[in-house]
Ligand binder design. Sequence first.
Ligand code: ZN
Length: 151
Amino acid sequence: MSQLKEAVDKSSGLIKEFREFIARGNVVDLAVAVVMGTAFNAIINSIVNDLVNPLLGIIIGGIDFTSLALTVGSASFTYGNLISAVIHFILISLVIFLLIKVINKISRKKEEAPPDTQACPYCTSDIPKAAVRCPNCTTILDEDKVPENLR
Ligand SMILES: [Zn+2]
């Protein structure tokens, strides 16, 4: 009986551990990343196959690398496939790099709001642009705007 109880305890511990593993945020994040990656892959493939490959075909004169092979005895080294895979990899990397560059540019534009603070010329602390007197070192920044009795 004690063996059965031990086995039940062990499995319930395992179930609890499994539930905690699933409930962890990074599992869900990972699942979303995989699904997004799969969807994104279709876009990348389309860019490479429909836009970049025809362009490359014009540049290199429509050479099909996949037909290249070296035959030694009965062995066939289809190194053309390797060249094709390397070109594909470079192209996909380039396309992703350009896409990320564009995405970064868009997201950076949103972040770059003009700062409404300036550095005090005397104590270099950040103070509002409209300040006429530094709140930190009490230096008068604009003589005309500070009343006579407060100077
Ligand atoms: Zn100051």
